[in-house]
Ligand binder design. Structure first.
Ligand SMILES: NC(=O)c1ccc[n+]([C@@H]2O[C@H](COP(=O)([O-])OP(=O)(O)OC[C@H]3O[C@@H](n4cnc5c(N)ncnc54)[C@H](O)[C@@H]3O)[C@@H](O)[C@H]2O)c1
Length: 284
């Protein structure tokens, strides 16, 4: 039973206290869901909860501090959702870090940070919540935030980011049918430029992964980047996500500005692919 209405549903939104996640949380709450914001940063959580105050909306929103890379903390959060709400109905695996830097200077600290949050955090969400979402039998939906960076060939300084987001896409595509047979829809959010605090990657990096990082300088520069006026508002993304959940849309794409690059990448793979007849000759 897929999601057809948000009323009475419980949504768990990681990275829900800022940017895109907060936009999604706001729209889901407006449309009648009970929303749990899960975020690493208590300053973001305080700011987000203040935005829900008044008008009765605060009753529908709670928050918990969670580092999505911690499997133990994630398991505890899932157990709490089971106890408090009989399990969640919508999981939004949105927490991510926009790390970038000179790839030849990247160390394992940088790989562990980027892959740890951007794909590790998503996998922890699936592993922690899939059992309860299947067991409660109400059906539901899992949205995971990738990036249009996963769909085009990115420059080398974004290699770790792009690779981690590509992994999110392929995992979600692969599990969609299987989860569908249990009444769970699956969507991948592919955003272009959205107004957010993604330039604050350095502040989200744990101390043990700062040591030995080759990205210190580039992350300090990134922290100075201004948010573009023309970038999309997070609540507009939130509405696209809410509509995408109701339609069980596989891909929720915010912008068409990279379409030529998306097509070029897909075409290059096709151009390198032998014709079907060749495969038949080899007996595959
Ligand atoms: N803003 C864009 O232009 C853009 C484009 C494509 C994809 N994205 C993706 O969108 C998602 C949301 O990013 P955003 O742009 O809203 O940035 P943001 O920094 O405003 O929001 C991300 C939130 O995730 C939280 N977070 C970071 N690490 C965490 C962790 N380990 N555990 C729990 N929470 C953590 C942060 O505290 C923050 O509140 C990310 O996955 C990002 O990669 C953003």
């Amino acid at each position: 039973m897929y999601i057809t209405d948000f009323a009475g549903r419980t949504a768990f939104v990681t990275g829900g206290a800022s940017g895109i996640g907060l936009g999604i949380a706001k729209v889901l709450a407006q449309r009648g869901a009970r929303v749990v914001i899960a975020d690493l940063r208590s300053d973001h959580i305080d700011n987000a909860l203040a935005q829900f105050a008044g008008g009765g909306r605060s009753n529908a929103v709670t928050a918990l501090q969670l580092d999505v890379t911690s499997r133990e903390a994630y398991a505890e959060a899932a157990a709490r959702m089971q106890a408090d709400f009989g399990g969640i109905d919508i999981l939004v695996n949105n927490a991510g870090v926009g790390l970038e830097g000179p790839v030849l200077q990247a160390t394992y600290a940088d790989y562990d940070f980027g892959f740890g949050v951007n794909i590790g955090g998503v996998i922890n969400g699936f592993v922690s919540f899939m059992p309860q979402m299947i067991a409660h039998g109400r059906g539901g939906h899992i949205v995971s935030t990738a990036s249009l960076a996963a769909e085009v060939v990115m420059p080398a300084h974004l290699a770790i980011y792009a690779a981690s987001k590509a992994a999110v896409c392929h995992y979600c595509e692969a599990v969609k049918d299987e989860l569908g047979s249990h009444g769970l829809g699956v969507s991948i959010l592919l955003p272009g430029p959205i107004k957010s605090n993604i330039h604050q990657a350095q502040q989200n990096r744990p101390e043990h992964l700062r040591i030995g990082s080759g990205f210190g300088e580039s992350e300090a520069q990134l922290a100075q980047r201004q948010v573009g006026d023309s970038w999309m508002e997070p609540e507009e993304v939130g509405n696209m996500v809410a509509d995408g959940i109701l339609a069980n849309r596989t891909y929720i794409v915010t912008h068409g500005i990279f379409k030529d690059w998306q097509r070029a990448r897909a075409q290059a793979v096709l151009d390198a692919t032998p014709d079907v007849a060749d495969a038949a000759v080899r007996g595959i």
